[in-house]
Design a protein around this ligand. Structure first.
Ligand code: NAP
Length: 446
């Protein structure tokens, strides 16, 4: 891998990079099949990714004709790596075993270890025989929609494909590693004005927020819409705020500290609610929700923007869904992609049907959506929300930070990149976009 890194850093040509020998093994962050029971009997919050995530050398898998090897310069922590590392709601080895039964190439994935990670920025090292649009030396970012394009169900919206998977979560050989194996249709051009770590943190959360708000597959946001955004300074929320601002809407950001509120103000979000300071108790006990508290949130939103939100950007799940359905405007949409605080959801259906509201489900993004979201980054219209950077050896601590909500935006992970700040190919465009805008979250996280 050292030779590969030196070639990348010295600006070697695509031919030179393509001629380099591939390593027999590479460093990856993984969980082990024989450890899936290690946290039995513990509460979620006690399950510690620092104990279950290991950084080890693993053998290089063979390359399928529609795949590419990519040298990963940087990656990021997503919540799915937290789920994998605490073996909740299920150990991910079941996903790998199912993929293993699908085809000869799928069988490579069913291993005693799972290399995790669903984001990455790096350089193509080699492409399979059927890859047309990419070649060694291309600087790329990786999106995580892993689709079998021989399946007819993948040919309308590929997120509807019967065997759609998330790379590095439902497949092996993920991005938290020095090298990864991806399908060619996961590759997108790296925005030239960003560093490796700035480029690496976006694809999963940025594309998800794009589909939820901007794509015709999502909530159908239009100019003038007000949007309540839970976790507005988090991974998904940091991009959601930017999409609402760019789209001529009014974001109402919910956060849990004055520091996060200040960060949102600097991003341009004027209406911010600190949920901790407000002390909402949507659940009075484990089984009972308090409509009075939903009403109090609704009043607070009206106090800030003078109306109910047409769209609610949902992902906390059980703790907030009752309130989200209640505060959403008549005829509005609650768009949801997750349930961090619990997936068995309760809301009062009368507030949904009597006021003609809709709940719209969303999950990651198809290639076209991921590509369009990446284009906005490349054009400087959406900024990365990188707030902290860890080394691959420290991946357990990075996942721990996300597990315990100790971060803002996204945590980047340096894989092959020896230090922060490398990989900028277009400094003039970076200056035009503005260093302050690009590094807003990083300055707050520092
Ligand atoms: P994140 O960076 O941890 O941000 C989530 C934010 O939600 C936190 O910063 C926190 O903000 C807020 N939050 C957490 N628990 C809450 C609660 N009980 N009530 C209200 N707010 C709460 O995570 P993320 O990357 O944005 O991901 C969020 C969720 O979406 C995760 O479950 C993840 O797995 C899922 N996800 C799904 C997809 C998909 O394609 N389906 C894609 C990406 C992520 P404050 O404390 O500041 O309020």
């Amino acid at each position: 891998m050292r030779q590969i890194l030196e070639a990348i850093q010295s600006g070697a040509s695509g031919e030179e990079i393509g001629a380099l020998p591939l390593p027999e093994s590479y460093r990856g962050a993984l969980v082990r099949r024989d450890e899936v029971g290690m946290f039995e009997g513990l509460d979620s919050s006690e399950k510690d990714p620092r104990k279950s995530l290991h950084v080890e050398d693993v053998p290089l898998p063979e390359l399928a004709p529609d795949e590419a090897y990519v040298a990963v310069m940087a990656s990021s922590i997503n919540f799915n790596t937290v789920w994998t590392s605490i073996f909740e709601p299920l150990p991910t080895f079941g996903f790998l075993d199912r993929l293993g039964k699908e085809s000869v190439w799928g069988a490579r994935h069913a291993l005693p270890y799972h290399v995790v990670g669903s984001d990455g920025a790096g350089v193509v090292l080699k492409v399979g025989s059927s890859v047309r649009n990419w070649k060694p030396g291309d600087k790329v970012v990786l999106h995580c929609n892993y689709v079998d394009d021989q399946d007819p169900s993948s040919h309308d919206d590929s997120m509807l494909a019967a065997n759609q998977r998330i790379w590095g979560f439902e497949t092996n050989f993920g991005g938290l590693a020095d090298l990864t194996v991806v399908k060619a249709n996961q590759l997108m051009p790296k925005p030239a004005h960003l560093t490796w770590e700035e480029a690496a943190v976006n694809a999963l959360c940025n594309s998800t927020s794009y589909r939820m708000l901007v794509s015709h597959n999502g909530a159908g946001m239009k100019q003038g819409d007000s949007v309540l955004i839970w976790g507005a300074s988090g991974g998904l929320g940091g991009y959601a705020c930017q999409y609402v601002l760019n789209g001529g809407g009014t974001p109402v950001g919910v956060v849990s500290s004055p520091e996060k509120a200040a960060l949102l103000n600097e991003l341009g979000v004027e209406a911010v609610i600190d949920r901790k300071a407000a002390g909402y108790r949507f659940w009075s006990d484990e089984h009972t929700q308090d409509e009075g508290e939903w009403r109090r949130l609704g009043k607070d939103i009206r106090g800030l923007i003078g109306e109910d939100p047409q769209i609610v950007f949902e992902h906390p799940g059980r703790q907030t869904m009752g309130a989200s359905v209640f505060v959403c405007a008549r005829g509005g949409t609650i768009v949801t992609c997750a349930a961090t605080s619990g997936f068995m959801i309760e809301y009062d259906n009368r507030h949904l049907w009597m006021k003609l509201k809709s709940i719209k489900s969303s999950h990651f993004a198809n290639y076209r959506e991921a590509w369009d979201a990446n284009k906005l980054l490349a054009h400087g219209k959406i900024q990365p929300v990188l707030s902290a950077v860890h080394r691959l050896d420290d991946v357990g601590e990075a996942a721990y930070q996300v597990h315990h909500n100790l971060h803002e935006g996204k945590i980047g992970v340096l894989c092959l990149a020896p230090e922060e700040g490398l990989g900028i190919d277009d400094p003039e465009f970076r200056a035009k976009v503005g260093e302050d805008k690009i590094t807003l979250f990083r300055r707050h996280g520092a």
